[in-house]
Design a protein around this ligand. Structure first.
Ligand code: OAD
Length: 259
């Protein structure tokens, strides 16, 4: 049964040029990437304080790398779904639309690369998604503060075998924002500017439980823009959304972005 907000959401997205899309794990769920807080979510069976904090990395870097290596392996088997593709198309064709994602799976970027190849269009500068929480496929040196892409397998058989910095030899860490850490200031500022200027903030597949990402739609709303939520379930944002469309990302997103 189609949600009655769907048609209104489509009209608003058609009319609005400045669009900020905020996504969370739910947008990648139908690609096969696990979410965090659902009944089968990663945080139901894994303890974040043992795997996703600077303290965990200091005390057992091999365990932390094993966890990220396992997640990289899952994501490597996943492809962008119809929601990623529709959103990539939006940012490819509308230079004022922007995606800010909490996901570290790189699927928005992959969808954009594929869409721009198919359309033979160079993506506008703002089409590149703002990765608020980092990327599974980048590493970071705590000593040189250099970040680099790293797509190959991670050898977790011993601490010595883990990736080390080519410049200074320091053990590299995943370029992920861990609990207790601040987001990259430049990325966050850009996302906040887009949120404040957006006519429409489209929020897809996030429980809106994690700040500061969860505050972005509130900035749009405070500045007079419209907040549309797409999620199969009610979330912390539902009450403050202007429109809440119940359904999965793959079912709803291509539909509300269709012309
Ligand atoms: P959560 O796991 O908290 O929430 C996922 C949301 O996706 C829920 O609201 C689900 O109802 C919804 N959902 C599930 N399947 C869906 C589908 N097919 N289509 C659309 N929505 C669906 O994930 P996030 O909100 O992304 O941070 O979590 C935020 C952050 O918490 C993550 O980035 C991660 C985690 O700790 C870090 O690791 C830094």
């Amino acid at each position: 049964m189609p949600d009655k907000g769907l048609g209104t959401a489509r009209d608003l997205l058609k009319a609005g040029r400045r669009v900020l899309v905020l996504t969370g794990a739910g947008v990648s769920a139908e690609s096969g990437v696990p979410t965090f807080r659902g009944s089968n979510g990663l945080w139901k069976t894994h303890r974040p304080e043992q795997l996703a904090t600077p303290e965990a990395f200091r005390s057992d870097p091999r365990l932390v790398w094993e966890w990220y290596s396992w997640r990289r392996n899952i994501v490597n088997t996943c492809q962008p779904n119809l929601a990623h593709k529709a959103l990539a198309q939006l940012t490819l064709l509308n230079g004022e639309a922007r995606i800010a994602t909490q996901n570290v799976d790189g699927l928005h970027l992959l969808a954009l690369e594929e869409a721009s190849q198919i359309a033979d269009i160079d993506p506008p500068p703002k089409a590149r998604p703002l990765e608020l929480h980092g990327s599974l496929f980048r590493v970071q040196c705590n000593n040189c503060h250099v970040k680099s892409n790293h797509r190959g397998p991670i050898d977790t058989t011993s601490t010595r075998a883990l990736p080390h910095c080519r410049e200074c030899g320091t053990l590299l860490r995943p370029d992920i924002v861990w609990f207790g850490e601040a987001l990259n200031a430049h990325t966050l500022e850009e996302a906040m500017t887009c949120a404040g200027a957006a006519e429409v903030c489209l929020v897809v597949g996030t429980s809106s439980a994690v700040y500061p990402a969860a505050s972005l739609p509130l900035l749009t709303r405070r500045a007079g823009g419209v907040v549309i939520e797409v999620n199969p379930e009610a979330t912390h944002l539902t009450e403050t959304s202007h429109i809440s469309v119940r359904g999965t990302a793959v079912h709803i997103v291509p539909e509300i972005l269709s012309q």
